[in-house]
Design a protein. Structure first.
Length: 365
């Protein structure tokens, strides 16, 4: 399978080859009046956070049983920390920095993507001394690929020149499929509005940067891609600007609506909004069966993703359903594996944070 080497934007089908031929293109979703709750169809196992932490914020797993979490400690600022379940215990994973740092050669605040079928993950990470204190605790991104305990460093807060001469910065790895294609955010000088706000674009890339493809749903002023499967189908969220002036020069560049989206193998975009929740739906993951999961009940851009009332959703065979860990104040549905298992995080009524793994009671759903 060859990866596209052109710097110019092109279709996912050009990048991923004949794997797309058997995939049916999606152009619309059926109308759905009700949203059934399927929680009772699963056996749910709670995953306890590492000792000394304030809890699990995200839990990822693949069909081979590899479990990875993003968690917080009492002193965590910025993006988070990462651990893998290994030999019956949590093992903290800190990506190596590309240069010596005040705390040695390891970074803190390492955030992973879900491991692919080979156990590989794309990592976004920073160092609290170099980046946190100097930049007010924000994540100034570095990137690496994790593969069986080894790291391949991609770059630190890099930029990339496309053939039209534009300079693009990229950050926040979201997902990585079995072909090594990673979803990220990208922005450049032309994506800054009159008030200094940054409007991102969707980006597909690989570790060598021989693939660098920018994309947006039609009418998008900001694109936040999330999951990608092996066929190249992408889900995420985008902002549709509805103001009368160009958003680049508008006094209100965030006037508009948010929508979930699916980019299918024909490069057709479909809005993925849970019925009754336009602007409050965030698709996070898509498996190789084309099944999607995520959260609804709060807009992604508020930053308050782990707020009471947030629920998990599934989209299978064109129908939405909800999933919520019993007794939770919110449920964050991170993953639906090819075998139909679910994984994510939740908070109890006291605000304690846990992970969970949910297995279908009667086989694959």
């Amino acid at each position: 399978m060859k990866i596209k080497t052109s710097n110019q934007s092109a279709g996912v089908s050009a990048c991923l080859g004949l794997a797309l031929a058997a995939t049916v293109c999606t152009t619309s979703l059926p109308v759905q009046a009700a949203l059934p709750d399927v929680t009772a169809d699963y056996n749910i196992k709670t995953v306890q956070p590492p000792d000394g932490t304030t809890g699990i914020m995200n839990l990822f797993m693949n069909d081979n049983g590899m479990v990875v979490i993003m968690y917080c400690t009492p002193t965590t600022v910025g993006c988070g920390d990462m651990a893998i379940w290994e030999d019956g215990a949590w093992k903290e994973l800190l990506a190596p920095m590309p240069r010596p740092a005040a705390r040695g050669t390891l970074s803190l605040y390492t955030t992973p993507t879900c491991p692919n079928a080979f156990g590989q993950m794309a990592l976004c990470f920073n160092n609290p001394v170099i980046n946190g204190a100097a930049a007010g605790g924000i994540c100034l991104c570095h990137h690496a690929i994790y593969d069986e305990g080894k790291y391949t460093y991609i770059g630190g807060y890099p930029y990339y020149h496309t053939r039209d001469g534009q300079k693009w910065y990229w950050c926040i790895s979201q997902a990585m499929n079995d072909l090594g294609v990673i979803t990220c955010l990208a922005w450049g000088e032309q994506t800054v509005d009159a008030l200094g706000g940054t409007h991102s674009r969707g980006l597909l890339l690989n570790a060598s940067l021989s693939l660098f493809e920018l994309f947006d749903p039609p009418g998008s002023a900001t694109t936040w891609p999330a999951g990608i499967n092996d066929a190249g189908m992408v889900v995420g969220e985008y902002f549709h600007y509805t103001g009368t002036e160009p958003w680049q020069t508008s006094a209100n560049p965030w006037e508009g609506t948010w929508h979930g989206f699916l980019r299918d193998t024909c490069e057709t975009y479909v809005d993925l909004d849970v019925p009754g929740y336009p602007g409050l739906t965030t698709p996070l993951f898509i498996n190789n069966e084309g099944e999607t999961c995520g959260i609804y009940g709060t807009p992604y851009w508020t930053g308050d993703l782990w707020a009471p009332g947030v629920q998990g959703f599934l989209l299978r065979n064109g129908e939405f359903s909800s999933f919520n860990v019993p007794g939770s104040s919110w449920t964050y549905l991170d993953v639906i594996t090819d075998s139909g298992k679910l994984a994510g995080a939740y908070a109890d009524q006291s605000g304690n944070l846990y992970g969970f793994i949910a297995t279908p009671k009667c086989g694959r759903k």
